[in-house]
Design a protein around this ligand. Structure first.
Ligand code: PHE
Length: 343
């Protein structure tokens, strides 16, 4: 066998060996066998010295060329093995992103609290503090200091759960306002809203609930007017029912405010034209308000000669019912998930 034949034979056994090599470890073995120190090529190289001097350069060149060819063949195979193993992994680890995901039951903020939070945000943005107080109240805080002495006929407006002669479940959050004014000692301006649960001795039906939620507000300062009240309430109406809303004040009566008003907002269903939602009037009543009665200011330590204030109160359920077209107030408290999940 001449050198040529010997190298050709070697190359074809290398090719076979490479075909059978399927892992990097196999390839390592092949490489050692064909290019390593004990490889046949290396042995041939060592025998070069036995050749006549003039044949040596050509011989050396052939061996070197063979070495390069062998290395290239091994490299090509390495590339094939790596590609194959990568493809296998991609296939095996493939994630089917179109599979339907499991239906996680996530909780959410109750629609009542969503409304309370959004009204709080609105008022905090106008510089108000949020104040809370006890749900079990004294007759003094809930009624007497609000210009409603024990025999006052207007007490009938708020049918009350009495716990004892002097203790009751608060019928509104106005006592929180009294508590705050007393806290401030008649000295500094007041600018607060009071959200919370309130209770009235009503028979529950689609529009009445013995427990419901209110947000009341109070501003007391030395230069407070009815137009401040109106501007504030317009902001509330816009935030709750949309930028295009207008409001209207109608004279009314509350013992703790004078003058007192009932506030209507233009119906967002018909834009004030008249429809079944607004009973053809174009307006929907959303809250009560007024200028704080002198007796209330005095009872909480504020001098009516120096201070004036405005107050307002709204029922959160009513706002939610109008906003979302909910027809039965009991939905808020029966916790049917089909209802709760809609908000
Ligand atoms: N406290 C009144 C109520 O619960 C609401 C209200 C507050 C009215 C402030 C006027 C001014 O009925």
């Amino acid at each position: 066998m001449n050198v040529h034949e010997q190298l050709d034979a070697l190359e074809s056994t290398l090719k076979k060996a490479l075909k059978n090599a399927n892992t990097k470890a196999d390839l390592q073995d092949v490489k050692a066998k064909y290019l390593g120190k004990k490889a046949e090529l290396s042995t041939m190289m060592r025998h070069m010295k036995d050749l006549p001097a003039e044949e040596r350069p050509a011989f050396g060149q052939k061996i070197n060329q063979a070495k390069q060819r062998f290395a290239a063949l091994i490299e090509t195979r390495r590339h094939e093995i790596e590609t194959a193993s990568l493809n296998a992994r991609l296939k095996e680890e493939r994630v089917d992103v179109t599979l339907p995901a499991p239906n996680y039951r996530t909780g959410r903020v109750h629609v009542m609290n969503q409304i309370v939070e959004s009204i709080e945000d609105l008022f905090i943005g106008m510089g108000y503090l949020v104040k809370e107080g006890p749900e079990i109240e004294s007759d003094l805080m809930n009624f007497e200091k609000l210009n409603l002495p024990k025999d006052h006929p207007a007490r009938d407006m708020q049918d009350t759960f009495y716990i004892s002669d002097d203790t009751l479940l608060r019928t509104h959050t106005s006592p929180v306002q009294i508590r705050t004014m007393l806290d401030y000692g008649g000295k500094k301006p007041v600018k607060i809203i009071c959200p919370g649960k309130v209770y009235r001795r009503d028979d529950d039906d689609a529009t009445h609930s013995h427990q419901f939620m209110q947000i009341e507000g109070l501003v007391v300062d030395t230069n407070t007017t009815m137009s401040d009240l109106k501007g504030t309430l317009l902001e509330v109406a816009k935030a709750m029912f949309g930028e295009d809303r207008k409001i209207r004040l109608r004279p009314s009566y509350f013992p703790f405010t004078e003058p007192s008003v009932e506030v209507d907002v233009t119906c967002s269903n018909c834009d004030g034209v008249g429809c079944s939602v607004c009973k053809q009037t174009g307006y929907i009543e959303i809250l009560g308000a007024g200028m704080v009665h002198n007796n209330v200011l005095k009872a909480s330590g504020y001098d009516p000669e120096q201070y004036q204030g405005f107050a307002f109160g709204m029922g959160v359920e009513r706002i939610a019912m109008l906003k979302y077209g909910i027809e039965d107030i009991r939905h808020f408290y029966t916790n049917d998930l089909r209802f709760n999940k809609q908000f």
